[in-house]
Design a protein around this ligand. Structure first.
Ligand code: SF4
Length: 383
């Protein structure tokens, strides 16, 4: 795509109206473009037949739509989970993961809200991630850059095209820490609701615990759902797993969570991976119960996928899934907490986000193609 052309994907209706005026068209063209881009998912101006030939040829000269190029797709034979590897315009790569319905179990049954017909897309918000969680492959790959709102929305539109049906749920849980890219993430969420038509309650932003932005979400009364990657209710353990806990420890995090709940009245989700011998002892579970009771919430127990392929540091390499997950879920339920055990979506296609990018990166590095580097994350492809 030519650099001189303006990329329209990621623009709001008002911005599109301004663009239309800038090329000598009336403002209402903005609403027409908005509808074509987001509700109808147009990938070329040629299909916008109600816009008139002259306007369309002006658009061809002055504008472009998106810029993601699908480079690879890998579908799980086991559960239909599909990983999509996209190249961005600057050659960096990101992954999105399509997750069909019902990857969760609650109280022994398929969880109702996760039922048939649901198609979730796990989207990336950054190329790589600077937060370096021990259980995540990203730490070995580093941080590239923030994605634009257009690049985030483009993942959803392209994901829908790949799936051949509409995406019903979006989780900002792929590569990157969404709240470090706050403005683009919130703008993308707005476009997904107002433009693409995904209900706001079906959009979840998952954070490693960026306290300032959790408070900002509360102040701005954001209606997207909030999930917090918790992993331990013990500061020392959480710091080992998630270095962000050094800056925003559990006291600050929970004060922000309480503030968020007071302001929005929206329950939130805690995500927890239980590791053998690290955070799965009865005392750990008791601390988790006490913490989770502070505001209305549910707990998602996420399976751990080995990330030894990334040659992580010894602590990360020592992490192993807890054999006590079912038992712990029972303890949490007896404490009247809502618990979901996520099934291991796409395990047979390396469900840790980024492995596809990483394997390609490895091959390219072997051929000396360093510039087009891939960045990977081990964030789980489950929601
Ligand atoms: S788990 Fe999330 S926040 Fe942590 S390093 Fe990976 S992508 Fe970043």
């Amino acid at each position: 795509m030519s650099n001189e052309r303006t990329n329209l994907l990621g623009m709001t209706k008002e911005e599109l109206s301004g663009f239309a005026r800038g090329i000598g068209e009336p403002s209402y063209r903005g609403a027409q473009l908005f509808n074509w881009l987001y509700a109808r998912g147009a990938t070329s101006f040629g299909v916008m037949t109600d816009l008139g030939k002259t306007f369309r040829s002006r658009l061809e000269e002055a504008a472009a739509i998106g810029g993601l190029a699908l480079q690879a797709r890998r579908r799980s034979e086991r559960d239909g989970t599909t990983k999509l590897l996209f190249a961005l315009e600057d050659g960096l790569r990101i992954e999105s993961v399509l997750i069909p319905s019902a990857p969760a179990v609650r109280d022994g049954d398929a969880a109702g809200e996760e039922g048939e017909g649901r198609l979730t897309l796990c989207v990336s918000t950054q190329v790589g991630c600077p937060l370096d969680c021990a259980f995540c492959a990203t730490g070995t790959m580093g941080f590239g850059r923030n994605l634009t709102a257009g690049e985030i929305v483009d993942q959803v539109l392209a994901g829908g095209r790949e799936a051949g049906k509409e995406i019903t749920n979006v989780v900002f849980m792929g590569m990157g820490e969404p709240l470090l890219n706050y403005d683009a993430v919130m703008k993308a969420a707005g476009l997904l609701t107002a433009g693409v038509g995904i209900a706001v309650r079906r959009i979840t932003v998952s954070t490693a615990g960026r306290v300032e932005e959790i408070r900002r979400m509360a102040d701005e009364k954001r209606r997207v759902k909030l999930a917090v990657s918790l992993h331990s209710a013990v500061d020392a353990t959480r710091t080992r797993l998630m270095p962000i806990n050094r800056k925003f420890g559990l006291r600050l995090l929970m004060e922000a969570v309480e503030y968020y709940y007071r302001k929005t009245k929206q329950p939130l989700t805690y995500e927890v991976i239980f590791f053998d011998g690290l955070n799965d002892a009865p005392a750990d579970v008791a601390r988790l119960i006490a913490l989770a009771r502070r505001v209305p919430s549910k707990i998602n127990i996420i399976p751990f996928h080995a990330i030894s392929f990334t040659h992580p540091a010894p602590f990360a390499a020592s992490l192993a899934p807890s054999p006590r997950v079912e038992e712990i879920a029972g303890e949490l339920r007896r404490a009247h907490l809502t618990v979901m055990i996520r099934t291991s979506a796409g395990e047979d296609i390396d469900a840790a986000c980024g492995q596809l990018a990483l394997s390609l990166h490895g091959r390219e590095r072997g051929r000396g193609e360093g510039r087009n580097r891939a960045v990977a994350t081990g964030r789980r492809a489950v929601v």
